[in-house]
Design a protein around this ligand. Structure first.
Ligand SMILES: C=CC1=C(C)c2cc3[nH]c(cc4nc(cc5[nH]c(cc1n2)c(C)c5CCC(=O)O)C(CCC(=O)O)=C4C)c(C)c3C=C
Ligand code: FE2
Ligand code: FE2
Length: 352
């Protein structure tokens, strides 16, 4: 490892003794972090992934004594098989990985390209669950001389189950270090004009390509248990604000854009209205043409492709609906990259 010390120090001390410790400095790391994804759709990979996910205290807040017998006795014996089949339906077979991983890597590559004139900036990506891990990537950034790091949990809305658990892992990794880099974490961006504009444009572009007009557009966000909301997660209000700003930007009459919450897990009550119940009820109210969008997901994944694009269409049609379309997530599109780059450049101020 080359000696990298402050030039002034080098001038002052002259040639360093052979046993002088080496410290790399002067690089700035940017780490994009998404939720995670299994390595494969087989039972073993799914079980490993779900085990890491569902033993996270930020995700399941029940006491271990209550939760672990259910988790190890039932959930990890049944869910890997069932969910593995769902993942197989939306797998990126070309690269043998989930689209969440494909898009996250591509977002990192494109951001690296956009920031390439800043030679001291290194952009990388990690997953909260599964690989590549946050610890592995934070360590790699430090090894390359990053004494400043921007950690970006890619969720537009703050929830303890997502943003906080990513930050926990970043802090945990840094706790092991002697020379701790300066750290900035990117806050939620649910109401940032660049985000609202990118989502609004993606809606407009998608609807312009249809030969029919939806009577309702459903903005569906991942749910959280109601108890988490009551304990103080700002998530619900942030989702509603995104929807309100979108409706205002699109200039639609009140009610055309509906907000729902999806992906319930376990027996507790979650944020309402539920997506599946809403979509099933609409045809009975005479609404037979809908578009759906997931503004809370930065990349398409199981919860958008399988649950909303796939199952959502089935439920709607079974109940009498006949026109259904799903608007893709921003993914690594131009608009999506504009959002990520804007947020990162803001946090890099004074560092580049
Ligand atoms: C109590 C359990 C869960 C909470 C709370 C929760 C919150 C939450 N999750 C996301 C985003 C994603 N979740 C995804 C999958 C997923 N989520 C849960 C459980 C909770 N999520 C499970 C068990 C799973 C795995 C699939 C399954 O078994 O059903 C994904 C998709 C990952 C992929 O690889 O495709 C995303 C993304 C948010 C934003 C959120 C709270 C706001
Ligand atoms: Fe989830
Ligand atoms: Fe609220």
């Amino acid at each position: 490892m080359p000696q990298m010390i402050e030039p002034e120090q080098a001038k002052a001390v002259g040639p360093l003794p052979a046993d002088h410790p080496t410290v790399k400095i002067h690089k700035v790391g940017v780490l994009l972090v998404n939720l995670g994804t299994p390595d494969g759709t087989d039972f073993k990979s799914m079980r490993r992934y779900l085990q890491e996910f569902l033993t996270d205290k930020r995700v399941i807040e029940w006491p271990k004594a209550l939760w672990y017998p259910i988790l190890y006795g039932i959930v990890l014996n049944t869910r890997p098989g069932k969910v593995g089949k769902a993942y197989a339906e939306i797998w990126n077979n070309e690269l043998d990985e989930s689209y969440l991983r494909t898009y996250t890597r591509s977002q990192s590559d494109k951001l690296g390209e956009a920031l390439k004139s800043h030679e001291n900036v290194i952009v990388d990506w990690a997953m909260r669950y599964g690989k590549p891990s946050i610890d592995e990537k934070i360590t790699a950034l430090r090894d390359q001389g990053c004494d400043r790091i921007v950690a970006f949990p890619l969720y537009p809305h703050y929830a303890a189950a997502t943003t906080a658990t990513v930050n926990d892992k970043v802090f945990e990794s840094l706790m092991k270090t002697r020379f701790m880099p300066a750290l900035r974490t990117v806050p939620s961006y649910h109401d940032e004009p660049v985000f609202i504009e990118a989502i609004a444009q993606s809606i407009e572009n998608h609807l312009a390509g249809l030969d029919w007009e939806p009577e309702r557009v459903i903005a569906s966000y991942h749910g959280i248990p109601l108890s988490y909301f009551k304990k103080g997660d700002p998530y619900h209000c942030q989702c509603l604000k995104t929807s309100r700003l979108l409706e205002e930007r699109l200039g639609w009459e009140k009610g055309k854009l509906m907000t729902t919450f999806q992906s319930r897990f376990g027996p507790e009550e979650w944020l309402q209205p539920y997506f599946d119940e809403t979509i099933a009820a609409l045809p009975k109210q005479g609404i037979t043409k809908v578009a759906t969008i997931n503004p809370g997901f930065v990349s398409d994944c199981l919860e958008t492709l399988e649950e909303i694009a796939g199952e959502g269409a089935e439920i709607f049609e079974e109940n009498g609906g006949h026109h259904y379309t799903h608007i893709p997530c921003l993914n690594d599109s131009e608009g999506g990259m504009r959002v990520i780059e804007t947020m990162v450049r803001r946090e890099l101020q004074g560092w580049i």
